[in-house]
Design a protein around this ligand. Structure first.
Ligand SMILES: *[C@@H]1O[C@H](CO)[C@@H](O)[C@H](O)[C@H]1NC(C)=O
Ligand SMILES: *[C@@H]1O[C@H](CO)[C@@H](O)[C@H](O)[C@H]1NC(C)=O
Ligand SMILES: *[C@@H]1O[C@H](CO)[C@@H](O)[C@H](O)[C@H]1NC(C)=O
Ligand SMILES: *[C@@H]1O[C@H](CO)[C@@H](O)[C@H](O)[C@H]1NC(C)=O
Ligand SMILES: *[C@@H]1O[C@H](CO)[C@@H](O)[C@H](O)[C@H]1NC(C)=O
Ligand SMILES: *[C@@H]1O[C@H](CO)[C@@H](O)[C@H](O)[C@H]1NC(C)=O
Length: 730
């Protein structure tokens, strides 16, 4: 039997962090200056052009250097700077500047991600309201179980369990029948096949030992809980709630132990039970090397299945759970950061990121600074703050070991280490820890060598929310396409918030990061859509989410993807883009799929134990809301059918953004729906390679626009090839 690691194991990840040198004066405000496409490949030249623009309006190079806060130089060109109003006005006229907008700050909310997505609890209209907060939608959460005492699952004010519910409440260790209620309406656990190692210390019951399942379930459906924060320490303080706060939760515990491991058999059993129990949505924040084909069974029964795409980014071809009938979710950042001030003895103040809230007065003071350089073995840790280079090779328990050595704080140079968040969290109540990017790390290091008695002070983190935080961005850890099993299917499908998400763990609340946290965001939106459109198939719901997604941020700038070099996000980073729940309610057109088509393409048995043996035909002919042609030699014809779910009279025109090196012709170019006429239409897309190259993928989109507000956009990825089986996925 094969066991796989749930994403919960690697859930605690840190996004690449933004750092800003502090500089402010009373009369200036933070402005964001957008300059469009970057004019140079070399980022330092792009930044130099920002300095030039600023020097022009400020009058001195020195002043320009003091005013700039961020330089956007990787995917596009722009910067943020502290400016007076008249300087901002002057900059707007500077050649190459497209717009200059003041930075604004929003109100802090714990589950910031839902307000960030436009699903404000008190909004008078919109998806959340129309869906009656997910009332009576049943969400199956296949995960590490649940902590039923969490205030997020309080069932006060809930009506009876929906009559169609056929599930059960399985009892066991520390979990009796009273732990199910009108909120947690069912709970099952699957320990068969789990090894002794996995079960060590575990509750043999639906009770959540790990914390991951409680986090994901409360992100989807947690009720409103006031005044919570990360470990109740103040970071991210506000109101916690799920995206579908009135939905009901059905718990399927399949992941066990500190690693949150699971076996296929258990997951299949859970899926099978969930179908029969009567869930509307299945949320699976887990994955492994194998695809869980049994979920087709659920989709064929009208249940939308949502999977996390994996935390193995930014490496290409790392996305998991790539079967076409599920929604595969990438993780993005939100508009919240936790900056911490690092003060050097020379009065320089730098910003890093931290989760340090539990500061003791004795720790917030200047300490001697020592640099760990990986060379010298005799480092004097005692009484000092250390600058730790990458790779850190540091575990969370290293913090305690260092604390025993008398270390007073740690500043980490940013690396691609996956557990930075966990490490930063482990410092709480022990010593201040912060992470900085390499540029800042170099400044600290050069300060340390410039003086005989270098000192540094690390202050507690503060919460910053709002437009000043460039977001969303695809998180560095989020797995990337193309999928390796079915390159004719574009994955991931969609991106949703998954970085530093605050949700319930045990009786408290805690940040976690990962596609595991992004997946429940999509599951909640699915629940709301299902409530508004009970007759929509899983393919229609997925289509509505993908075709209305956003590819630009709130400044109209292209969404970026974090990685070793930041870049403009492409469909292999975020599928259709970043989820826009209030648009998904009214997509105009949808790409529907009869579940039988999946079996036709995949030759799958609906018996989940048998799964899919092989696939035949070209997968890009599946009527998905995306097109991926991995093998374009001369030309390829792809068919798609759209179904009108807007007004019965509509007129759509196509707009194509062709991938580089490829001609794209759509026929017909106009689709008209008339009252009483057919409400679906088929169109033909011909892709022709302009050059014969053994190429990489290039990207584009195909959008149907009506006379109203509907913009039905699908992502397109095409790879031209000369020979089969010679590939370049870059
Ligand atoms: C169930 O557990 C709760 C505490 O979790 C306890 O108060 C209650 O008495 C238990 N009920 C039964 C029937 O064992
Ligand atoms: C929230 O908690 C803080 C202390 O943690 C307390 O001072 C405040 O009164 C609480 N507010 C509410 C609304 O409970
Ligand atoms: C180690 O550093 C501390 C604090 O800076 C200092 O007091 C102590 O003398 C140092 N120990 C040695 C052996 O250098
Ligand atoms: C450190 O990680 C281990 C497992 O990797 C976990 O059991 C432990 O609770 C963590 N400690 C802290 C303080 O987070
Ligand atoms: C802060 O840390 C101290 C240990 O230094 C601990 O006793 C206390 O409970 C912590 N407080 C919070 C809110 O985590
Ligand atoms: C499809 O699967 C069936 C058994 O489930 C098998 O007999 C048949 O040969 C398969 N067809 C193809 C094209 O693989």
């Amino acid at each position: 039997m094969e066991f796989r690691s749930a994403f919960c194991r690697s859930a605690l990840l840190l996004v690449l962090l933004v750092l800003l040198p502090l500089s402010a004066s009373a009369s200036t405000k933070l402005y964001i200056v957008y300059m469009g496409e970057k004019k140079h490949d070399d980022p330092s030249m792009v930044t130099a052009s920002h300095h030039d623009a600023l020097t022009f309006v400020i009058g001195s190079k020195d002043g320009a250097m003091k005013s700039i806060v961020y330089s956007y130089k990787h995917g596009f060109s722009g910067f943020a700077a502290m400016l007076t109003e008249s300087q901002a006005e002057e900059l707007a006229k500077y050649p190459g500047v497209i717009n200059v907008k003041p930075n604004t700050y929003g109100k802090a909310h714990t589950t910031r991600s839902w307000d960030f997505l436009g699903l404000n609890y008190y909004e008078k209209s919109g998806l959340l309201k129309d869906a009656m907060y997910g009332e009576d939608i049943i969400i199956g959460v296949v995960d590490t179980g649940i902590w039923p005492e969490s205030p997020s699952f309080n069932d006060d004010g809930y009506g009876p369990v929906p009559a169609r519910w056929k599930g059960v409440c399985q009892t066991g260790d520390a979990f009796n029948i009273t732990n199910c209620n009108r909120k947690i309406i069912g709970a099952r656990w699957y320990s068969a096949g789990a090894t002794d190692d996995m079960l060590k210390g575990e509750y043999m019951s639906p009770r959540d030992f790990h914390g991951h399942g409680t986090h994901t379930a409360s992100t989807i459906a947690g009720g409103q809980v006031w005044n919570v924060s990360h470990h109740q320490g103040g970071l991210g303080a506000g109101v916690a709630r799920g995206g579908a706060p009135r939905a009901r939760v059905a718990v399927y515990k399949v992941c066990w132990g500190v690693g949150g491991n699971f076996g296929d058999a258990a997951v299949l059993a859970a899926v099978d039970d969930a179908i029969n129990d009567g869930v509307d949505v299945l949320s699976l924040s887990l994955g492994g090397p194998n695809e869980i084909h049994g979920t087709l069974h659920a989709v064929a029964r009208g249940i939308t299945v949502v999977f996390a795409g994996g935390n193995d980014g930014p490496t290409s071809q790392s996305v998991q759970n790539t079967v076409p009938w599920v929604i595969t979710v990438a993780a993005a950042t939100i508009d919240r950061t936790f900056p911490t001030t690092i003060s050097l003895g020379n009065n320089e103040k730098l910003l890093g990121q931290s989760l340090y809230y539990n500061a003791t007065v004795s720790s917030i003071k200047f300490h001697s600074l020592v640099v760990v350089d990986g060379q010298s073995s005799a480092i004097n840790f005692t009484g000092n703050v250390v600058l730790w280079p990458e790779p850190y090779n540091i575990r969370n328990d290293t913090i305690n070991l260092l604390a025993k050595e008398g270390v007073k704080g740690i500043i980490f140079a940013q690396g691609n280490t996956v557990n930075v968040l966990e490490i930063l969290d482990a410092c709480n109540g022990i010593m201040p820890c912060a992470v900085v990017d390499k540029e800042i790390a170099n400044r600290i290091a050069s300060y340390a060598t410039s003086t005989s008695m270098p000192v540094v002070k690390v202050s507690p983190a503060v919460t910053v929310v709002g437009n000043g935080v460039l977001s969303p961005r695809v998180a560095g850890f989020s797995s990337r396409g193309p999928g390796t099993k079915f390159p004719g299917i574009l994955k991931p499908d969609i991106a949703a918030p998954g970085a530093s998400i605050l949700a319930a763990v045990g009786d408290s609340y805690k940040f976690m990061s990962g596609t595991s946290m992004a997946c429940p965001h999509v599951s909640a939106v699915v629940a709301l859509l299902k409530s508004v459109h009970p007759d929509w198939s899983p393919a229609m719901i997925k289509s509505a989410i993908v075709t209305t997604a956003s590819v630009t941020d709130r400044f109209g700038m292209p969404i970026q993807a974090e990685g070793s070099a930041r870049k403009v996000a492409d469909p292999f980073d975020f599928g259709g883009g970043h989820i826009e729940p209030n648009k998904a309610i009214d997509p105009g057109l949808v790409y529907d799929i009869d579940p039988k088509d999946y079996t036709k393409f995949f030759n799958c048995s609906l018996d989940p134990q048998e799964g899919c043996k092989s696939y035949m035909g070209k997968l890009y002919q599946l009527n998905l809301p995306s097109i991926a042609v991995p093998d374009l030699k001369d030309s390829v014809i792809v068919w798609r059918t759209v179904t009108n779910v807007g007004g019965s009279e509509a007129n759509y025109k196509v707009v194509v953004e062709a991938p580089a090196g490829v001609n794209v012709v759509v026929e017909p170019q106009v689709i008209t729906f008339a009252k009483g006429g057919s409400q679906s239409a088929t169109f033909k897309v011909t892709f022709t390679a302009r050059q014969r190259v053994q190429g990489g993928y290039t990207f584009g989109s195909l959008t149907w626009l009506d006379d109203n507000t509907h913009s039905v956009r699908i992502p397109v990825a095409v790879r031209t090839i000369i020979q089969d089986f010679v590939s370049d996925t870059a």
